[in-house]
Design a protein around this ligand. Structure first.
Ligand SMILES: [Zn+2]
Length: 268
């Protein structure tokens, strides 16, 4: 259900909003595409991102998506520990980059929230982060077969997708990124790229906005399925070259049309 409350898509106050975070301060910031972005609007977009990623099969009961605070780059928003398909604005918690909650709430956070805090710390350009266990990505996370850019919608893959091995950072673990040390190692493997795979676990995807991180996550899944199908066909795999991928870089609204469609489909 898409609220018609406090802020319309252009950032104007149009009504009242009845949940806890929305009663807090009301701030504006300059968004990636130049539009005014309020704290309420970014929380509303974060709820939509949770519902979309669940509906599109990127996240199931596990996995999470976060967004950097619009005016405080040392903070970010993330849902409490729950299935993404069930997230509402009232479930959103504000964290600092040590992934400690800064809002007065004793609610449980995701165990792996450190992935988000350390990625924002390492990458000032990143404004949204997804951590997922998308099934199509696991064969590439847990083998020596590199993920390749199969088509234009996932051209960012052409920059390379490293595989992070938690054993190199933490020895024998339960494979979960439970602290800042492991998360810093993961962010180091990500480097300046859009995504990193995690051996025996999943992936992290980053972007400069929520629509773009959702778009990248959805099309990373499509791309992985396409590559698996192409490998089953046999023959030589030919996808997007790094030079072609560069021609597609730099559009801040790359997935804007898909974002609008996906929002409509989840009723947001
Ligand atoms: Zn995980």
């Amino acid at each position: 259900m898409r609220h018609t409350g406090p802020v319309n898509r252009r950032g104007f106050i149009v009504g009242a909003f009845g949940v806890s975070l929305a009663t807090a301060r009301f701030v504006f910031a300059q968004g990636a595409a130049g539009a005014l972005v309020s704290e309420r609007q970014i929380v509303d977009d974060l709820v939509a991102a949770n519902l979309i990623l669940a509906a599109e099969g990127v996240l199931d009961a596990m996995g999470h998506v976060s967004v950097r605070h619009p005016t405080r780059p040392d903070r970010y928003f993330l849902a409490r520990s729950m299935a993404p398909a069930l997230v509402t604005a009232d479930d959103i918690i504000e964290y600092d980059l040590d992934s400690m909650a800064v809002t007065a709430s004793a609610r449980n956070g995701y165990l792996e929230r450190f992935i988000h805090g350390e990625t924002y710390r390492a990458r000032p350009d990143v404004r949204a982060v997804v951590h997922c266990h998308t099934p199509s990505l696991i064969p590439f996370a847990s083998s020596t077969v590199p993920l390749r850019a199969m088509y234009h919608m996932a051209a960012f893959v052409a920059a390379g997708v490293p595989v992070w091995d938690i054993a190199a950072a933490g020895g024998v673990t339960d494979l979960l990124v439970r602290d800042g040390k492991l998360a810093r190692s993961l962010a180091g493997s990500l480097g300046d790229r859009a995504t990193v795979l995690m051996r025996g676990h999943g992936a992290v995807v980053v972007a400069d906005s929520l629509p773009n991180v959702v778009g990248r996550s959805v099309y990373l899944d499509v791309n992985a399925k396409a590559q698996t199908q192409a490998m089953a066909l046999g023959g030589v795999i030919r996808g997007v070259t790094p030079e072609e991928a560069k021609m597609r870089m730099g559009d801040p609204n790359e997935y804007a049309r898909a974002w609008e469609l996906w929002r409509r489909k989840v009723g947001k």
